[in-house]
Structures are given as C-alpha cells and as structure tokens.
Write a protein that binds this ligand. Structure first.
Ligand SMILES: [Cu+2]
Length: 171
C-alpha cells in the first residue's frame, strides 16, 4: 500500500510539472505575439463598428472608443419586423458642445430629411441614413482630435428620449 501511495503522489507531481511548463510556454508564446503587433499601428487603422438597433429602442453597442483623428466606420443594422415608418434607426454622432435633446427633438420633425434637422448639422459630426427592418446603413468619419466623450443617438421620433444613445470616447 505504501508503495502505491508513493506512485500516485509521484505521478501527480509529474502532471503538475508538465502543466506548469505548458503554462509557462503559453505565456512566452502570447508575449511573443503581443510584441509582434505594434500597438501604434492600431490607431491608424480604420475602426469598424458593427451594431444593431432593435425594437427595444437600443443600440447593441453603447460604447465606442477611438484614438484622436482615427477613421471609424459605423455599420448599423435595424432588427425589426415593423414597417420602416413605425420603426427605423440611424446613427447620429454629436459635437461635444451639442445639446442632444435639442438635436433629437428638432430632427424628429424632419422625416423628409432622414430625420436630420438641416439647421442642426453644425452640431453633428456624422450621421447615417435611416435603416428600416433588415436594412444596414453605414457612415465613415474621422474621430474628433479633441479627447473627450461624444454622444451618439438615434433621431427617429422618441427613440433618444427612450434611451437610444451611446458614447464615443476619444482617448
Ligand atoms: Cu431608433
């Protein structure tokens, strides 16, 4: 019995030492991979953000982070079985100085202009067309150079008030 116990203990020690070697090896490999990717190159690449707008009046992505001046493409897909006149979404990114409620309320009156108030365009950095159920719209723009938080919203009537918004953080 004593011999058997010793054997089990030894084999446990062997398994543990193999595991430790495997973990150490993984760390070395992961570090090597991380070192091969220059982090500065990310800031120059186009950042593609894909999100959905749904019947719960929410964007599936409510936070975007970007570097100053980074090129960003936002692709927004509306997931809904309702007609576009009843349910459509867009992505409207505002200047940091903009009054989001003011822009949303004014834009809600401009169904003829994709729900964008023409006299509010100086408060808007970028916006997409409206996407009805099953449709995808996109816009490519340059992130502001000034670090900070920039609100984006959906300007379909009532959606921003219901909480259809998010924050682009430039840092
Ligand atoms: Cu919406």
């Amino acid at each position: 019995m004593a011999e058997a116990t010793t054997y089990i203990q030894q084999s446990n020690i062997t398994v543990m030492s193999i595991l430790k070697k495997l973990i150490a090896f993984s760390v070395v490999i992961l570090t090597a991979i991380a070192l091969c990717i220059p982090s500065t190159s990310f800031a120059q690449d186009v950042k593609v953000v894909e999100m959905e707008g749904n019947d719960q009046l929410k964007f599936t992505q409510t936070e975007i982070t970007a570097a100053p001046g980074q090129t960003i493409t936002v692709k927004l897909t509306t997931v809904s079985r309702l007609p576009a006149t009843a349910m459509a979404h867009n992505f409207v990114l505002l200047e940091s100085t903009a009054d989001a409620t003011e822009v949303a309320q004014a834009s809600a009156r401009h169904a003829d202009n994709e729900y964008i108030a023409p006299d509010m365009e100086d408060q808007i950095i970028a916006y997409t067309a409206m996407a009805g159920g099953g449709e995808t719209v996109e816009v490519t723009f340059t992130a502001p150079e000034t670090p900070g938080e920039y609100v984006y919203l959906c300007s379909f009537p009532g959606h921003f008030m219901a909480g259809m918004k998010g924050i682009l953080t430039v840092e």
